[in-house]
Write a protein that binds this ligand. Structure first.
Ligand SMILES: [Zn+2]
Length: 310
């Protein structure tokens, strides 16, 4: 951590896909120390199916409310995307109710896209709600954040892009996530944004990501952590930047894939601007949100940061 901290001094990062609801305040502290300035939390599934629309409503409320506040208490600007995830799109009765409440959330401040949507098992139900949500993205002029399936990825990725084009979406408004070496070329060719999730043990490791940037350059390529309740790494974006520095990737390319491209892609929402975090106010950890704060009765300890980097 100490070496990372010193080597990355002065750099800024955006993690455009991270599920902070599942993470701890230690994660926020370490991310802020390593230069993560802004994050996007996509609405997704929570590990087990929800049984009523009220659970979705409360979850969406927390993404635009409490979680945003919690991030601010650690100096990080929090944004989100709102959508019905592919897995839960298979529960038709519930999906119908969720579709009804989506428009209200898509118009809220700090909502930078429709997401994460797409395919899981590539069922007819998933396709139906994917298409309906693409129409919502067009209506509200928001970028789309697409989750590509873990099983049968190549086919699912191609289908997702075909469907977007069928609905007349501009590929420049669509971020295809969880890519790998098999999908990158086609996604770049068709003009979509190509995001990569850096998982600590599977799929894209940082070294493979370095190789991809060496091969394809940095245009339209985005790195994220997709950290959630599973085995994942909330520091994946700064760690990838560190490895790229070590391997001699030019600074401009590192900045593009770990900061600027995400800003360009999601900036199209009109809700995601650099000025939001460059002119941030000093943090007051004693602040409350709805009567609740992060200190749990303790004194603010800025000293804490020092312990983390030692
Ligand atoms: Zn996700």
């Amino acid at each position: 951590m100490k070496e990372l901290y010193h080597k990355l001094q002065g750099m800024r990062f955006i993690d455009p896909h991270i599920h902070m609801t599942s993470r701890t305040t230690d994660d926020y502290e370490r991310m802020a120390l390593l230069g993560v300035k802004a994050i996007i939390e996509p609405a997704f599934w929570l590990g087990q199916p929800r049984t009523s629309v009220g659970s979705f409503r409360d979850y969406f409320n927390s993404l635009v409310g409490w979680e945003r506040f919690r991030a601010s208490q650690f100096g990080i600007k929090h944004y989100c995307t709102i959508g019905l995830n592919a897995k839960e799109a298979n529960d038709e009765a519930l999906a119908e109710q969720v579709m009804e409440i989506l428009p209200r959330y898509l118009q809220k401040e700090g909502v930078v896209g429709v997401g994460e949507i797409g395919f899981d098992d590539q069922t007819a139900q998933e396709e139906k709600y994917f298409r309906l949500q693409l129409e919502l993205a067009k209506k509200y002029q928001l970028p789309v954040q697409i989750h590509t399936p873990h099983r049968d990825k190549k086919r699912g990725t191609l289908r997702s892009m075909e469907i977007c084009l069928e609905h007349g979406l501009d590929p420049g408004m669509v971020i295809i996530d969880h890519n790998n070496e098999e999908t990158i070329e086609k996604v770049l060719d068709l003009g979509f944004w190509v995001a990569f999730t850096i998982y600590p043990r599977t799929k894209m490791g940082n070294e493979r990501m370095v190789k991809l940037v060496e091969t394809y350059g940095a245009d339209r390529i985005i790195v994220d952590s997709s950290a959630d309740w599973g085995v994942s790494d909330p520091l994946a974006v700064p760690k990838t930047a560190y490895m790229m520095l070590e391997k001699g990737i030019p600074m401009a390319q590192i900045e593009a894939v770990t900061y600027k491209n995400a800003l360009l892609a999601y900036g199209q929402s009109g809700q995601f601007e650099e000025a939001d975090w460059l002119q941030s106010q000093p943090i007051d950890k004693a602040e409350l949100y709805g009567g609740n704060g992060v200190l749990r009765g303790q004194n603010p300890q800025e000293e804490l940061n020092k312990n983390i980097i030692e």
